[in-house]
Design a binder for this molecule. Structure first.
Ligand SMILES: Cc1ncc(COP(=O)(O)O)c(C=O)c1O
Length: 360
């Protein structure tokens, strides 16, 4: 059996080395006499795993002590509700920059808890760009500004952050965390579902500035309360133990590779292989304005929906799978997360060239 190159937007490909290591430890972890899946989350072996996972992510992202790092469940989608419930509590209003489905979902949830100001939107051109910062209608009294740093569906990415003064920035980094360097101190809160650059689905990472905990109201259901999760070291209830263990292996792999500095270089190289070809091709067209092109999700089309469908089918026959764009966007999307090797991207570009010659 041979493995394919999986361009899925998430759950996405995982590094082969990590899968092999997990397989080798699946039946018995160290001298524990059992699998990690069977372990009590309070056992000394498991405490060592979660502690190491946290230490590694703190090192990789340079997360200061003034931030909590939480391992939660409920996906990034639960954060669309937890963020306003916990933090939209001073003036009961927030700003959201709308760059597509993931911020639209955040708007729907936040509206249940207060007033939402859409500070800007790129909907007029099907979310093909990030709104210019100087045109943002930011409210200085907002409790926070919410943005999605990398839009997985449309393939856009921020290249910097708007100035928001004392208003904290909350960033959805589900599809870009660990792909390039970020300065955690620029954010009040960063959240990410694991199933792209961190590990299997089921784990959600939240990095939150400690002083924001003062805003958390007293009466929240315990499982929705950041303070309770922080006070209990992400062990208020049973955490997603195996997902956290897999994250540890991914973080180990990343550190051995040279950390995010090296990963970012590789990611820029991979993305440029596709974008450079898109720019010279007569048949394909990238969907996004150049300056906002995502490093992780490359969206493009051919000259017709029929040819797009043929592209996706033929690519699959060549072992290049899950290249269809999101159902709301159409066309193609190559998700080239950290685990996608350079060879996978080279194979894709080779296939694209060949397909163009044959279908011109
Ligand atoms: C940017 C972004 N935010 C949020 C989500 C929702 O994540 P989840 O399915 O973990 O709730 C996704 C899912 O792909 C995403 O790409």
């Amino acid at each position: 059996m041979s493995r394919v190159y999986n361009f899925s937007a998430g759950p996405g490909a995982l590094p082969e080395m990590v899968l092999k290591k997990a397989a080798s430890e699946l039946f018995e972890y160290g001298n524990a006499g059992m699998s990690v899946m069977e372990m009590s989350h309070r056992s000394k072996e498991y405490i060592a795993i979660i502690t190491e996972t946290e230490e590694r992510l703190r090192r990789l992202m340079n997360i200061p002590d003034s931030y909590h790092l939480l391992f939660l469940q409920g996906g990034a989608s639960l954060q669309f509700a937890m963020i306003p419930m916990n933090l939209m509590t001073n003036n009961k209003k927030c700003d959201i920059i709308n760059t597509g489905a993931w911020t639209q979902k955040a708007v729907v949830e936040a509206k249940k808890f207060g007033k939402v100001n859409i500070a800007a939107s790129s909907e007029d051109r099907t979310f093909a760009y990030i709104p210019a910062f100087e045109r943002l209608a930011l409210d200085p009294d907002a409790d926070y500004v919410h943005l999605c740093y990398n839009n997985t569906i449309y393939g856009t990415k921020y290249t910097g952050l708007p100035g928001t003064g004392d208003v904290p920035i909350i960033a959805d980094m589900s599809s870009c965390i660990l792909s390039e360097q970020y300065n955690v101190k620029d954010y009040g809160l960063i959240f990410a579902g694991a199933q792209k650059n961190i590990g299997p689905a089921g784990l959600t990472i939240v990095i939150i500035r400690k002083d924001l905990m003062k805003r958390v109201p007293e009466n929240l259901p315990s499982m929705l309360d950041y303070r309770i999760h922080a006070e209990n070291g992400s062990m208020f209830n049973t955490p997603p133990t195996y997902g956290i263990y897999m994250a540890k292996l991914i973080f180990e792999w990343l550190e051995e590779l040279g950390g995010i500095v090296e990963m970012e270089k590789i990611n820029r190289h991979k993305a440029s292989l596709i974008y450079d070809f898109l720019d010279e091709s007569m048949m394909y067209r990238g969907n996004v304005d150049r300056e906002y092109r995502s490093l992780m999700n490359v969206t493009f089309t051919t000259s017709s929906p029929e040819l797009d469908a043929k592209f996706i089918k033929d690519a699959e026959k060549s072992g290049l799978v899950t290249l269809a764009g999101h159902k709301t966007a159409g066309g193609m999307r190559a998700s080239i997360y950290n685990a996608m090797p350079v060879e996978g991207v080279e194979k894709l570009v080779e296939f694209m060239k060949d397909f163009e010659v044959k279908n011109r």
